[in-house]
Design a protein around this ligand. Sequence first.
Ligand SMILES: Nc1ncnc2c1ncn2[C@@H]1O[C@H](COP(=O)(O)OP(=O)(O)OP(=O)(O)O)[C@@H](O)[C@H]1O
Length: 370
Amino acid sequence: MSSASHHYHLSDDLLAPVLAILDAYQDPNLQQGLVTAGCVTKLDIEGKRLLLGLCYPYPCQSQYRDTVMAITNKLAVLDAIDEVECEIDFQPATIASGAVAPLPNVKQVIAVASGKGGVGKSTTAVNLALALAAEGAKVGILDADIYGPSIPIMLGVPDFKPVSPDGKMMTAASAHGIAAQSIGFMLGGDEAAVWRGPMAAGALAQLLNETLWPELDYLVIDMPPGTGDIQLTLSQKVPVSGAVIVTTPQDIALADAKKGVSMFQKVNIPVLGIVENMSFHLCSECGHKEHPFGQDGGAKMAQRYNVPLLGQLPLKLNIREDVDNGVPTVVADSEGPVAQLYLAIARKVGAQLALTQTQNVVSISISDDE
Ligand SMILES: Nc1ncnc2c1ncn2[C@@H]1O[C@H](COP(=O)(O)OP(=O)(O)OP(=O)(O)O)[C@@H](O)[C@H]1O
């Protein structure tokens, strides 16, 4: 799948069974065997020690240990192998999608959008960005939510003021290991409220282009809520690689989220999937799982539009308290169950991007052959 170069130095007798074993191991997010997915970059042998190099097209540090244990056990059945030494790396694709020029330091841009306000889009965007970082990626976040820029508070940097060393480009904040830029760093609340349509979209594209982003694998954009002109213009001005739609299970939120899916499909931006937020509530008294906003709406919608359901998050007081305190749950309780849900979403988002771009590569190579 990936175009990474392969270095295989095994005899044919050994290479065939090793590749067969590695390809029988299905990556849970790419849903392909490791060889088919292009993850196996190096195979060598020293005595009875197999040197294995893996390179994933999406960040998944938290699953390295289990993967290595599982494949080592399988490879150990071969007489020629006693030990496996595995090096694992992550390298996202750098293929630009769409007609908009890519950003110099940024490999992939992920838009996080919602059809309607208040569904938890910013909370999801910020935890997704931190989860991608926790899985091993270099990440930035752009707060483009002009109606309520909340990322400065959520990341605990409300007082950051960008500076411009060359009078043209602005610095980004750095918080919990990710870079952040926000319309909220420049504007007071009153000024933000008067922004309209094309002016807002233009200013946001400028903010994106005039920020001194460090080298980033992923830039997450917290889009303004809704599916109107601003969102459409912004999607056309910014080199978005894929979009994540956040919804709650209520019918009204779902109806708006559907508009979001259609909007991105109209401008040929792949919808990477749907996150269902405030999906269920665990009763703090008895642990009973309740569905205050209805059940499985996001799942049904994902099925109907043929896009993945990336995850379902509980309605949980900590999620709100952590962002209010400037330390989102992925950092505040990094081993906890909610952080694990965000990490799983981040792995799926990264894998979906990689899969989407493979499809692009295939279509390009077909036209080259003609
Ligand atoms: N899963 C959750 N559990 C509990 N509270 C949540 C959850 N997700 C979000 N919240 C809270 O809900 C409120 C709205 O969330 P957030 O600001 O992320 O939504 P939004 O869709 O970005 O809103 P807006 O459209 O106004 O920007 C916030 O107070 C946030 O802390």
